[in-house]
Design a protein around this ligand. Structure first.
Ligand code: NDP
Length: 447
C-alpha cells in the first residue's frame, strides 16, 4: 500500500472506532499526515501498529461529580481522566473545567500531550482530564465543594508515579489547592501528585509564567532562524488567562508591541500597546478578581470589540492563547493579507486545519501548540523532580532550564522538519515527538 492509501485506511478506521469526536479526529489527522510517511521510510517502525496503539488511550475514566451549591441545590457534573500513553513516564497533563468539555476534546488533548511531553525530553506520558463544570460565577465555597467531590473519585487513579494532573482552562492555583488538599486528606500522604501547586506546599517557581514565557522563547528561536528578532514587532494575542498574560509580559520585555487580548466576550485593542503597568492591572483583573476583559476600558484608553476575535488587526505575529479552533480559515486569510508572518500557538490546537494549510501555503512561519506551549508541562516536570528530591530550585535556575528546553524543542523541530531554508514545525514536532514514544513502545514488545 502506498502512503495515501495507508493514511485513508488509518483515518477511516479511527473515525469508525471513535464516532462523533471531531476534535480528536482533527488532532490525530494532523499527526498522521507526517508520521505515516515517516513510518513508511523507517522499517523498524513498520507493521507494529504504533500509531493505532497511540490513538487508543490506555484507559478512560468517567465519573459522576455531585456537589451542593450555595442555595442548597444538588448539582451533578461529569468528570473524566483520559490516560493516553505512559510509555516514557507517568501520565501527565492538565485538568480543564469548562462547559464545553467532552470526551472528544479530552482525547485530543491527551493525544497531543503525549507528543508534547515527549518533545520536552523529560520522562512524562500523556493524559488530560476535566469536567463540564463551569467555575465562572461560582463562589469560592462552591468551587471548593466541586473540586473536593471531583478528587474524591479521581484520587484512586493518580499518584506521583502513576499520573500527575495539573491546571488548564478554568483550573488555576485556587482549584489546584482545593484538589491537592483533598488528595492529601484522602490518601494521608504528601506527595507530588499534582503540579501547579502553591509555593508553600511544594509548587515550583515560574510554573505560572512557564507556558507563556516558553511560547515567547519558541517564537524567538523561530525568528532567529529567519535572522529576525522580536524588537519592534507588532503582536496580537488572544485570551487573557494564564498563557496569554505571561506571553504578553515576556513579549513586551523583549521589545515587542502587544496590542490585543481577549476573552469569550470579545477583544480589547490598545493602539499604544500594553506595558508593565497595564499588564499588572490586567493580571489582577483576570487572574485574581476574575473580571471581564472590557473592564480595561474603565482604566485605560482602548477599544472593545464585542463577540469578535483580534485577527483582523494588522500585525507581524499572532499568538492564539485562548482555546481550540479559534483561528478559522477566514481568520487565517485576513492575517495573511495583513502580512502576518509568524503564528505561534500558545493554546492547544487553536488553528483549524484550513487555517494551518493557509499559513503553510503562504509561507507564514507556523509553530503548533505541541511544540510552542510545552514550557508549561516542562516546568511541571521540573516541579516533579523538585518534589521527588524534596528540594526547590531558584528562579534563575528554572528560567535557564525552561529556556534550554524550549531551544531543544526548536532544535528537534528543525532536525525533523527542515525543508530547505525553512522549517516545517508541524512535521518536525510530530516526528520529533513520535520517535521517543515509539522507541519505548518497541522496547516493551506487544502490550
Ligand atoms: P485560562 O482559563 O487561564 O484562560 C483561558 C482564556 O481563554 C480566557 O481568557 C478565556 O476567556 C478564553 N477562552 C476559553 N475558552 C474560550 C472559548 N470557548 N471562546 C473564547 N475564549 C475562550 O486558561 P489557560 O491560559 O491556562 O489556557 C489557554 C490555552 O492554553 C488552552 O488551550 C490550554 O489548553 C493551553 N495550555 C495551557 C497551559 C497552562 O500551563 N495553563 C499549558 C499548555 C497549553 P473566558 O474567561 O471568557 O472564558
Amino acid at each position: 500500500m502506498d502512503c495515501p492509501e495507508i493514511y485513508e485506511n488509518f483515518i477511516s478506521g479511527l473515525e469508525k472506532r471513535n464516532p462523533n469526536e471531531p476534535e480528536f479526529h482533527q488532532a490525530v489527522h494532523e499527526v498522521a499526515q507526517d508520521v505515516i510517511p515517516f513510518i513508511a521510510d523507517n522499517p523498524k517502525y513498520q507493521d507494529r501498529l504504533l500509531l493505532e496503539r497511540m490513538t487508543e488511550p490506555d484507559r478512560i475514566i468517567s465519573f459522576r461529580v455531585c456537589w451542593v451549591d450555595d442555595e442548597g441545590n444538588i448539582r451533578a457534573n461529569r468528570g473524566y481522566r483520559v490516560q493516553n500513553n505512559n510509555a516514557i513516564g507517568p501520565y501527565k497533563g492538565g485538568i480543564r473545567f469548562h462547559p464545553t468539555v467532552n470526551l472528544s476534546i479530552l482525547k485530543f488533548l491527551a493525544f497531543e500531550q503525549t507528543f508534547k511531553n515527549s518533545l520536552t525530553g523529560l520522562h512524562m506520558g500523556g493524559a488530560k482530564g476535566g469536567s463540564d463544570f463551569n467555575p465562572k460565577g461560582k463562589s469560592d465555597a462552591e468551587v471548593m465543594r466541586f473540586c473536593q467531590s471531583f478528587m474524591t473519585e479521581l484520587y484512586r487513579y493518580i499518584g506521583p508515579d502513576t499520573d500527575i494532573p495539573a491546571g488548564d482552562i478554568g483550573v488555576g492555583s485556587r482549584e489546584i489547592g482545593f484538589m491537592f488538599g483533598q488528595f492529601k486528606r484522602l490518601t494521608n500522604s504528601f506527595t507530588g501528585t499534582m503540579t501547579g501547586k502553591g509555593i508553600e506546599f511544594g509548587g515550583s517557581l515560574i510554573r505560572a509564567e512557564a507556558t507563556g514565557y516558553g511560547t515567547i522563547y519558541m517564537l524567538e528561536a523561530a525568528l532567529k532562524d529567519m535572522n529576525e528578532s522580536l524588537e519592534g514587532k507588532h503582536v496580537l494575542i488572544s485570551g487573557s488567562g494564564n498563557v496569554a498574560l505571561y506571553a504578553a509580559e515576556k513579549a513586551i520585555q523583549h521589545g515587542a508591541v502587544v496590542s490585543t487580548l481577549s476573552d469569550s466576550s470579545g477583544f480589547i485593542y490598545d493602539p499604544n500597546g500594553f506595558n508593565a503597568e497595564k499588564l499588572a492591572w490586567l493580571k489582577k483583573l483576570k487572574l485574581q478578581d476574575r473580571g471581564r476583559i472590557n473592564q480595561y476600558l474603565q482604566e485605560f484608553d482602548a477599544e472593545f470589540h464585542a463577540d469578535q476575535q483580534p485577527w483582523k488587526v494588522p500585525c507581524d505575529i499572532a499568538l492564539p492563547c485562548a482555546t481550540q479552533n479559534e483561528i478559522t480559515g477566514d481568520d487565517a486569510r485576513i492575517l495573511i493579507s495583513n502580512n502576518c508572518r509568524f503564528v505561534v500557538e500558545g493554546a492547544n490546537m487553536p488553528s483549524t486545519p484550513e487555517a494551518v494549510t493557509a499559513f503553510q501555503n503562504s509561507h507564514v512561519v507556523f509553530v503548533p501548540g505541541k511544540a510552542a506551549n510545552a514550557g508549561g508541562v516542562a516546568v511541571s516536570g521540573l516541579e516533579m523532580s523538585q518534589n521527588a528530591s524534596k528540594i526547590s530550585w531558584d528562579e534563575k535556575d528554572l528560567h535557564q532550564r525552561l529556556h534550554n528546553i524550549m531551544h531543544l524543542i526548536h532544535e528537534k523541530c528543525a532536525r525533523y522538519g527542515r525543508e530547505g531554508e525553512r522549517i516545517n514545525y508541524v512535521k518536525g514536532a510530530n516526528i520529533g515527538g513520535f520517535i521517543k514514544v515509539a522507541d519505548a513502545m518497541l522496547a516493551f514488545g506487544v502490550i
